[in-house]
Design a protein around this ligand. Structure first.
Ligand SMILES: CC(C)(COP(=O)(O)OP(=O)(O)OC[C@H]1O[C@@H](n2cnc3c(N)ncnc32)[C@H](O)[C@@H]1OP(=O)(O)O)[C@@H](O)C(=O)NCCC(=O)NCCS
Length: 399
């Protein structure tokens, strides 16, 4: 028998106002730093990157412009954007060694795990990997933001025994991604939807993956380790992988006529959560979901078939969520509920959707790493120790 500690022994766990134990489980509402990157107003469905509303950026901007904005904290002028887009497109090629690695990987490996490994290897191959100067960090950021879509597209083609498609420097970032996936230039709606999707998922404040990146960077570890860690965090279905899980859920439901039965059997009984619903910060509708939903509707009208089926299943399920979960408990549908249908309409296989999230979000993670380490302090929270101390150590033969 050992001895239990009292609350007074652990003063860092005491709320000064009430004198009681305080635990911020899930680090909920804990503010870890000042930032100028992103603001979310989760009560009024608002999201801003560097002060610009997501609606306006999605409508008027391009992904290249948003990457510039997040990195340099200003909108580029025409010349700056042309130079910057040129820089991004020059960086799209991936080293031969990465293609060789992809060719050696088992075809059934989860794409997020493939991307994690390839990103780590890309770091090994970067001669400037330990350059922590600001310029060096910017260079590494552009390198990764530009190359990750190529890795995803090449993996898609390699696992389907198709020849890889080299990036086309004449095409914009999103358009080029679809070109490398399918070996043909996308139509206008797909090119725009892909660009918007990159914009919508580029950044989202101190979520689990950004926090992971910043925790790693705060130890003065290297940039690639921080991004690889963030990819690992995003891969969970409570975070970025929810876009894959949402599509699997629509597949399981199977038809709009089955939504009510499925909802009653799985959600009302508490057996499952609605994937693509609920959010730590949004207590109303996610503004990104609205934009994704609009594109999903446009594709459903244009393409029909399975895209329309998914759209109808999702719409019906969303009605239940909004009526029952959102009204009563502020659990509303989020961007991951709708984004997959947009990707599906662009002929992208479902298991790749979380990797598309990585392709968008690497810039947001990088902006947070840069901002945090500019005024670094190692991140080191505490726990409340609920066990015993001073236990008697009994020799193994007497246990
Ligand atoms: C996003 C998420 C992890 C946020 O979690 P959180 O803020 O820690 O909220 P909690 O997990 O503590 O859930 C709070 C309550 O809401 C319920 N809830 C949360 N999300 C739910 C969902 N999608 N469907 C049904 N119920 C849900 C929980 O069951 C819990 O109920 P309880 O109080 O009766 O136990 C959570 O909403 C979730 O699991 N969503 C589904 C996955 C998803 O879409 N993730 C992408 C987010 S962008």
């Amino acid at each position: 028998m050992g001895k239990k500690l009292s609350l007074e022994d652990q003063p860092w766990c005491i709320d000064k106002a009430t004198g009681k134990l305080v635990i911020n489980k899930g680090v909920e509402n804990v503010c870890i730093d000042k930032s100028t990157i992103c603001y979310i107003d989760g009560f009024h469905s608002k999201l801003y990157y560097r002060g610009y509303s997501i609606e306006e950026l999605a409508q008027k901007s391009t992904y290249e412009e948003v990457v510039y904005l997040l990195l340099y904290d200003k909108l580029p002028n025409k010349r700056e954007l042309t130079d910057f887009s040129g820089w991004m497109s020059e960086e799209r090629d991936i080293p031969r060694e990465i293609d060789e690695l992809l060719c050696r990987m088992p075809r059934d490996v989860e794409p997020m795990e493939v991307l994690r490994t390839a990103t780590s290897y890309l770091g090994n191959l970067d001669p400037g990997r330990h350059d922590t100067s600001r310029d060096g960090m910017f260079r590494k950021t552009i390198r990764l933001v530009a190359k990750i879509p190529t890795i995803i597209a090449h993996w898609h083609r390699i696992r389907n025994n198709q020849p890889v498609v080299d990036p086309d420097p004449r095409l914009a970032h999103a358009e080029n991604f679809l070109y490398m996936m399918h070996c043909e230039k996308p139509d206008q709606l797909s090119a725009k939807a892909m660009d918007v999707s990159f914009i919508l998922l580029a950044e989202h404040e101190m979520n689990a993956s950004a926090f992971t990146a910043v925790v790693i960077a705060s130890t003065l570890s290297d940039y690639y380790s921080a991004i690889v860690g963030a990819i690992g965090a995003l891969r969970g279905p409570l975070h970025g992988y929810a876009n894959v899980a949402a599509m699997r859920q629509f597949e399981e439901i199977g038809s709009p006529d089955n939504v009510e039965k499925w909802y009653k059997e799985n959600i009302l009984t508490g057996k499952k959560r609605v994937m693509g619903a609920g959010h730590r910060v949004y207590k109303t509708y996610d503004p990104r979901a609205k934009i994704f939903r609009d594109y999903a509707r446009q594709f459903a009208d244009k393409v029909g078939g399975k895209v329309k089926d998914f759209y109808e299943i999702a719409s019906k399920l969303e009605d239940f969520v909004m009526r029952e979960l959102c009204e009563a408990r502020n659990i509303c549908t989020n961007c991951d509920f709708w984004s997959g249908i947009v990707y599906y309409a662009m002929n992208i296989p479902i298991d790749l959707y979380c990797t598309l999230f990585v392709a968008s979000r690497t810039i947001g993670w990088s902006a947070h790493i840069l901002e945090y380490i500019a005024d670094n302090r190692i991140i080191r929270p505490r726990l409340y120790y609920d066990g015993e101390i001073d236990k008697e150590y009994i020799p193994i033969e007497k246990r």
